[in-house]
Design a protein around this ligand. Sequence first.
Ligand code: AMP
Ligand code: MG
Length: 325
Amino acid sequence: MTELLSADPSGIARAAALLRSGALVAFGTETVYGLGADATDARAVAGVFAAKGRPHFNPLICHYADADAAFAHVTANDAAHALAARCWPGPLTLVLPRAPDCPVALLAGAGLETLAVRVPAHPVARALLSAVGLPVAAPSANRSGAVSPTTAQHVLDGLGGRIAAVLDCGPCPVGVESTVLDLTGTRPFLLRPGGTTVEAIEAIVGPVGRGIPHATAEAARSLRSPGLLVSHYAPRLPVRLGATTIAADEALLAFGPPLSGAGATFDLSPTGDLPEAAARLFEGLRWLDAEGARLGLKRIAAMPVPESGLGLAIVDRLQRAAAPR
Ligand code: AMP
Ligand code: MG
């Protein structure tokens, strides 16, 4: 059963307690309803992808109560500070490099070196984020492929029974998603148009680069860095899929009981649990890449993962990692 919580102190306290316990709670912002999870808890973040039925891992926006909290987890530059001072709280998401000691789960950023951060303006969302005291990763609170929800009822229609609670924040006033701006390059680059206008941004930081009109964030990014495919973290070692045998010069990404004889082994889930495997995927790829380089291993060999539930997203990610480049 999904609890419907009202936007009063007890509802907000209940929503915060659920989030802190690793449960999924949808909440309203000025843009659309987000499906929130503790961003530092990889299992909770895996639950977001499972509840949405996403066939791949998109990087999620991390929501914070204020700019200081957001900038503790990323390396902010002058443009970020200037935009935060004028546009936050509000419908603007900034993509910045992760801080060295960033506690946000790698899965929340889909393994990227960067993190998308935002301080929403909605008073109930802000009260919730203050009460939680943790970054909250939240994509739109709809099943994958469905329209973004702008009322609590929309959320229940799509995700009722699949998440712990919805905090009813009333209808969303903006109703379109936040503007996503990449601040990691030499000049700001628009990844997604949204609730904050480009004109408003340019008045603060000067010209903003953009891709072809209506380009998706992915298309825009791949135009900018062709071949890098959204610059999702790609291991340096080649990747071999569907491994049922293993050699001593290979690093094994195991699922279930591991094959023996590998040069290094990282088990995504010894018991074959898909949410656990999703939560550990990016950590595993990074660890094997580093161990493989240290030990002079030739490639990463990944054991088969079932293509159901979160397994579909795991396999999608592994196929990208294995694609020729
Ligand atoms: P949604 O999950 O619907 O809120 O959409 C989040 C948007 O932010 C998507 O377009 C993502 O691709 C984008 N995004 C989130 N994190 C990053 C990142 N680190 N780099 C680039 N784009 C990002
Ligand atoms: Mg969405």
